[in-house]
Design a protein around this ligand. Sequence first.
Ligand code: BV8
Ligand code: ZN
Length: 252
Amino acid sequence: MLDTIAEIMAASSVVAALTGAGISAESGVPTFRGNEGLWAKFRPEDLASMEAFLANPKIVWEWYNWRRELMAGVLPNDGHRALAACESMFDRFTLITQNVDGLHAAAGSKQVIELHGNIHRNKCADCNRPVDSALQIDPRQIPTCGHCGGKIRPDVVWFGEMLDSAVTDEAFAAAEEAQVFLVVGTSALVHPAASLPLVAKRQGAILVEINPEDTPLTPLANYHISEKSGVFLPSLLSRITDVRATRKVKPS
Ligand code: BV8
Ligand code: ZN
């Protein structure tokens, strides 16, 4: 399968990728729904929602402080680096992530569409202004916005919250035009992110899913690679480079 996918991609010029928590798993960031997943202990609605924040801002901040500490020493892995290299391998390469860990940018990706925000940023819960504050917030003394007095919150998209429309427009436009759409390390359960591969498939993109497990997308994928992204993506990229070099394959 590696050769077939490499041949297809070597001849492609417009590629997009959607990533989820799985691509950061090999960096040591726990996924959301695996048995060791973050949410194995918590229910998402209990913590990653405005209702939870309004009802119990202290526990929500304790959870984000804990996740930020977890991520403090975390480094990008070969999967992140391979997707960063894709930027110079295709005329148009769009990286769309559900992750809030900032690891794609840390790996060198210059353009990243962060559908769900970024855990390393804070903003005001009322006026949404970005707030330049320490990342470890005292949950008993939650700082307030200098402009409107609203409570400070992590700059991530919670369940029940709309995604930024400019961000979703850009992501869906990339899905509409992709010749190849990679889906890496996501359980494909969270919407609207999980609709992106469907949009790509519907317009004729080749759908390649890289995930050791099956997901609701697997039956739709042209190729399902049951491998870790940190292992498969680097070998895919080197094979694409070989094909282009030996076969003088030009992207169409
Ligand atoms: C919205 C930021 C409009 C916060 C996150 C019923 C049906 C459909 C939809 C809904 C529904 N009810 C409600 C909804 C809407 C809801 C939703 O989709 N719910 C789901 C759970 C059913 N969506 C929303 O609320 C969105 N907003 O729709 O607004 C609206 C408004 C009101 C009401 C309705 C609609 C907002 C969603 C954003 C939520 N925020 N994160 C934070 O992180 O703190 S989502 C969170 O889940 C993360 O962003 C995470 O990335 C994301 C998805 O999880 P995954 O990334 O897929 O991670 P997971 O652990 O699940 O899977 C990891 C995968 O990796 C596994 O498959 C594993 O096998 C694989 N893997 C592991 N190791 C590796 C690997 N793969 C490769 N290599 C490895 N080494
Ligand atoms: Zn404010």
